[in-house]
Design a protein around this ligand. Sequence first.
Ligand code: SF4
Ligand code: SF4
Length: 400
Amino acid sequence: MKMYQHNPDNCTACTACVSQCPVTAVTRKFRGPKMVGPALERLRLSQEDAEPSLEYCSNCKNCDMACPSGVPISTLNMLARAKSFKNRKHSLGEELLAHGEKMAKLAVNLPGGAFFANMGMHIGSGLGLMRMVGITGQRSLPAYAAESFLSQFKKLRQQIFPDKVVFYPGCFINYNDPQVGMDFVAVMQANRYEVIVEEEFVCCGSPMVVTGYLAEAEQHAEKNSELIKKWREKSVPVITCCTSCGLMLKQEYQELYDIEGLAENAKNLYDACEFLLLLADKGKLNTQFAALEEKVIYHAPCHLRAQGFGLPALDLLEFIPGLTVENADAGCCGLSGNYGFKADKYDISMDIGERLFARIKGSGTATAVSDCGTCRLQIAHGAGVAAVHPVTLLRQAYQR
Ligand code: SF4
Ligand code: SF4
């Protein structure tokens, strides 16, 4: 673990991070990125400093993007948060939210599988049990899909092509939103790629990092990095449709852990739209799209913007005739992984998302598009509009 390898002294106290922090904008409970990040880090270097407002950082990364001095503020916060758990125990709610993959595996292996697990979550929420463990009852936890992505993928008969990619589904697509994974496979097949799914991949570890389980997340980082290295050595790119998984695999592993080969691995990791736009740039994208006479509004996830390759979905969707795409450009959605599922963060999460909800409602569109699964959940919850991944629209346009 990279404890104390990030230098807080690069901070010039310009406060650019404060102006871009969505949590600071809506609550006085958080002392802000400059104070909680580099300023307190200097104190933490010499003494134990328990800063309660550290709990309010959502790890959205907007401070990191704003900082002109390259201070990894959110990483300082996550390292300090993990350290704070030396003096206190995780609550049951934190335990559950950090271990979504473990919960999903348990749920789908129960008799009746996803159906009874979803019913149990619904009843538990109605009885106030979620609230009792620190999880909000004001929004539903994401329902489990009747059949996981991996299970559906194994039954699929793909066309075999010489070009191959490895798909990293991540927990949310595998257990909650498998259609995105199936749409990705169809889009890659339309571009004459065979998709390989590495069953040994585990949760990227992002929900653990934000909940202070840094050492456990490191074990996941080691396992995933070994598998990514294996495919890198075979020159097969690894692609994800989840922006938080992508950020973790490519960038946060490097910021948090000393694992050999992470920088090389990062060069072999791609977001789905990033990869497809690179194909377009090389003149290799299949652009035989049928028209989709529709207007949609696009929301760029913070964890996509933090990866620094622009907004490839906007460029890609321009290839679809008839499709009008408006960029919402309304900041953070507020959900930020498991942040908005915590009972004491729900109102903050909704206040942050308000600008985006108003923008989407005001646009008059029936469909929103976003590359992040939790952004899509927040949009559906806060704006009441269905939200899809860009690859879903691409698949629809290929199939017409
Ligand atoms: S990661 Fe997000 S919430 Fe945390 S300090 Fe930075 S901008 Fe604020
Ligand atoms: S943006 Fe960077 S340099 Fe400016 S106050 Fe924040 S951490 Fe310090």
